[in-house]
Design a protein around this ligand. Structure first.
Ligand code: SAM
Length: 208
């Protein structure tokens, strides 16, 4: 399928149309909605870290789910296209460079949930794209060591392909339970799937 045709399909798909109609920042909101409905990710009052937050639909979803007694901190290379209430915060930057102190803020409390919808700039070369996607997941998992509470939950997008198994090993060493899911709203032709994990271990297990 040519990229032009792909774009047309995307623009005209039902999730895209619904997102526009409902003033959601992107169609990606339907993926986190589906994952949340299935796995009960968020609770009122939770602290949520949203990696790769722009343009902002997962942040919109998390803010509504946790409510004003919670906190949602987003980070992205690009700016958000939504405005935030007082219990939301956004940091523009690269997750590989931001400090833990900046992310936890003055309260210094770790998060209940870490979500990552990060995606690399795709090249069209499957090997490169999958390897870069897995590297972002590895980075997000390393961040959970310092930023996610024991017992906490984690979601991350990953492209299936090279380095997928290594990322899965890292996930298993940090979480008691996990599933690999392909939300209905994720385009079938896309290699993306989501890792959903619960029961964050206090310390990672040694990897075999
Ligand atoms: C699919 S979009 C996220 C969509 C978002 N979840 C939403 O619902 O609006 C992927 C995002 O990952 C971000 N990203 C990729 N690499 C990153 C990095 N190293 N640090 C921070 N953000 C990154 C991109 O800038 C892009 O905005």
């Amino acid at each position: 399928m040519s990229s032009k045709m792909g774009d047309r399909t995307y623009r005209h798909d039902v999730f895209y149309k619904n997102a526009k109609k409902n003033n959601f920042a992107s169609r990606a909101i339907y993926k986190i909605d589906e994952i949340d409905q299935r796995f009960k990710l968020f609770a009122r009052g939770d602290r949520v870290l949203d990696l790769g937050a722009a343009p902002g639909s997962w942040t919109q979803y998390a803010l509504a789910a946790v409510g004003p007694t919670g906190r949602v901190v987003g980070i992205d290379l690009l700016p958000l296209k939504i405005s935030l209430p007082g219990y939301g915060e956004f940091i523009q930057g690269d997750i590989r460079e931001v400090s833990v102190e900046t992310l936890v803020g003055s309260g210094g409390e770790p998060f209940d949930v870490v979500v990552s919808d990060m995606a690399p700039n795709t090249t069209g070369v499957k090997f490169t794209d999958a390897s870069r996607s897995a590297a972002l997941v590895v980075c997000a998992l390393e961040m959970t060591d310092r930023l996610l509470k024991p017992g906490g939950k984690f979601v991350a997008k990953i492209f299936q392909g090279v380095d997928f198994d290594d990322a899965l090993m890292m996930l298993k060493s940090r979480f008691v339970r996990f599933k690999v899911v392909k939300p209905e709203s994720s385009r079938q032709e896309s290699k993306e799937v989501y890792l959903v994990a619960w029961e964050h271990r206090p310390e990672p297990l040694p990897m075999a």
